[in-house]
Design a protein around this ligand. Structure first.
Ligand SMILES: Cc1cc2nc3c(=O)[nH]c(=O)nc-3n(C[C@H](O)[C@H](O)[C@H](O)COP(=O)(O)OP(=O)(O)OC[C@H]3O[C@@H](n4cnc5c(N)ncnc54)[C@H](O)[C@@H]3O)c2cc1C
Ligand code: FES
Length: 503
């Protein structure tokens, strides 16, 4: 079973019940790092706040992250510098420094354990070495005290490695548990199992959920990709799904102690995690665009193969996967959503660096709500989308449109689905059932037939053989074999018209 090391535990958190009161100063949607930091800052400032979470605390990306809090971020800074003036990249770094400083200070105050570690980006090819030198130059331009090394302590040769001392790593669910407790201490509510389906335009804002309608003066969408289509942000965000595993090394194996990330593709990430039974090795990477891999399981297998090659005899204790969103213009989006009277806020596009960017987004959104703003946020808001960013958005959407046409042809040419269709265990197929696109899968002996049209905008779903889910290749929505919403911009489950379960 795929379950992250972080979520495999007895959770100390229990959900609040659905409140009787119907109006709040702010409704925060989503209980990941962005939502909980925002909820804490607002409730500390005296606001009446409720967090509505569709699933459970940290269930989506924050509970499945690798939990590195680092300003050295692979090739991110040089990629940004390729599109923006230096002052904009400096503003990005200021945002991340502020997010990192806020979180480490908060964890220290609250007594949440975290480990200071050197962050290392390494190259295993000459091309990677060149990219690393560009990254080093931009890192220095924005004030990072980076230095090169030829021996970063890994069990394989590297061409070069770039190091930044004094970064941090933690258990992301311990962070969320602490934030959640603190939100409550300041009078906020956190209600799990409440999916927000829409937000109205009049004031106060009406927030429509599966469990009733509430109103708020302000709404913060901290849902990963934004759930409302206003501003069409889902067309400017690429979901990137990647894999992770925890391994117990063979007795006597020395695990490298830094936090590592490769600059060459496929991305490979590494860190340690202390447990009472000794240190675990965490590996991650081998990502792809969400919903577009032929076999996600192959990506996971490749990650595990790489880990076992370099750490022979290590026992795999957990495997998991998650997705995060990359903006086509590479810069995180946070602030006011269009057509929301300046009262609907959102934060997304952290490009796998949400531990600092998510906190920065929460700090910026909440100071906007409470009436302040920082220079870095103003610079990031006023950056002009670069020609590369605009081109990338066109490319992404052209790819999406092409994919839709190809998928329509594919579903017609696939074998027809009938009441007798029973795919082999752990697999799923799409085809026409009574003339409608349908998806049928068998998991743990249970055959489920659901609509194959994504509940967001109708993309044709594909089977994810690693997570055993139906994933959309267009904007990253995902559903269980029974058609229940898991993540992404959709706000509904899959249509029931063809849905039924057979044992
Ligand atoms: C494999 C992987 C490794 C990563 N490693 C790192 C790392 O080492 N360091 C780092 O800085 N970043 C890392 N990241 C990125 C980081 O984890 C994310 O950027 C961050 O967790 C995003 O937090 P969030 O609060 O915005 O979203 P989430 O944690 O996804 O929270 C959003 C919440 O909103 C809820 N929601 C969605 N729709 C609705 C709705 N309609 N109604 C109610 N609730 C809803 C979801 O259920 C979810 O709980 C990694 C990402 C991945 C995929
Ligand atoms: S996620 Fe947009 S159509 Fe599926």
């Amino acid at each position: 079973m795929m379950e992250s090391l972080w979520l495999d535990r007895e959770s100390p958190f229990t959900s609040d019940s659905l409140p009787d009161e119907k109006h709040f100063d702010t409704i925060v949607v989503g209980a990941g790092i962005t939502g909980l930091v925002a909820a804490l800052l607002l409730s500390r400032a005296g606001q009446r706040v409720v967090v509505f979470e569709a699933r459970t605390l940290g269930a989506v990306t924050t509970g499945n992250t690798t939990g590195k809090l680092s300003l050295l971020q692979g090739g991110v800074l040089s990629a940004l510098r390729g599109q923006y003036a230096l002052r904009v990249v400096q503003a990005y770094m200021e945002a991340n420094k502020t997010g990192q400083a806020w979180l480490t200070q908060y964890l220290e105050q609250q007594g949440v354990p975290f480990q200071r570690r050197t962050a290392i980006t390494f190259a295993t090819t000459d091309d990677g070495g060149q990219r690393l030198r560009k990254e080093a130059a931009v890192s220095r331009d924005v004030g990072l005290d980076v230095h090169f090394s030829r021996d970063p302590g890994l069990p394989f040769p590297v061409v070069e490695a770039l190091e930044l001392e004094g970064q941090a790593q933690f258990h992301p669910m311990e962070v969320l548990d602490t934030l959640a407790k603190d939100v409550r201490k300041h009078g906020g509510l956190i209600v799990e199992g409440v999916q927000v389906q829409n937000v109205g335009s009049d004031r106060p804002l009406e927030v429509f959920t599966r469990k009733g309608t509430f109103t708020a003066d302000t709404v913060v969408l901290a849902t990963g990709t934004p759930i409302l289509d206003r501003g069409l942000y889902f067309t400017k965000l690429e979901p990137n799904r990647s894999y992770a595993a925890a391994l117990r090394p063979q007795a006597g194996t020395k695990i490298p102690q830094a936090m590592y990330l490769s600059i060459d593709a496929p991305t490979r990430s590494q860190r340690t995690h202390p447990t009472p039974d000794g240190e675990l090795l965490l590996v991650g990477g081998y990502g792809h665009t969400g919903g577009r891999a032929t076999s996600p399981k192959k990506h996971l297998d490749d990650l595990l193969g790489w880990a076992s090659h370099h750490y022979p005899g290590a026992e795999v204790t957990h495997t998991w996967s998650a997705q995060d969103y990359q903006a086509t213009n590479l810069m995180p989006f946070f602030g006011k959503l269009p057509r929301g009277h300046g009262r609907i806020f959102f934060g997304t596009g952290y490009n796998k660096w949400g531990m600092s960017n998510g906190v920065a987004a929460a700090l910026s959104m909440t100071s906007d709500i409470l009436g302040g703003q920082s220079d870095w946020a103003t610079t990031i808001h006023h950056r002009v989308t670069s020609p590369q960013g605009a081109f990338q958005a066109v490319r992404l959407n052209a790819g999406t449109a092409k994919r839709m046409i190809e998928d329509k042809a594919r579903v017609r040419s696939n074998p027809e689905i009938t009441d007798e269709t029973r795919p082999p265990e752990g697999t799923g197929v799409v085809g026409l059932y009574k003339g409608e696109p349908a998806a049928v899968s068998t998991v743990d002996g249970k055959v489920c037939l659901v609509s194959a049209s994504c509940a967001h905008l109708g993309g044709l779903l594909g089977w994810n053989d690693a997570d055993k889910s139906w994933d959309c290749p267009l904007h990253g929505s995902r559903f269980t074999p029974e058609g229940k919403y898991l993540e992404g911009p959709a706000t509904h489950h899959l249509q029931k018209s063809v849905g039924k379960t057979r044992d």
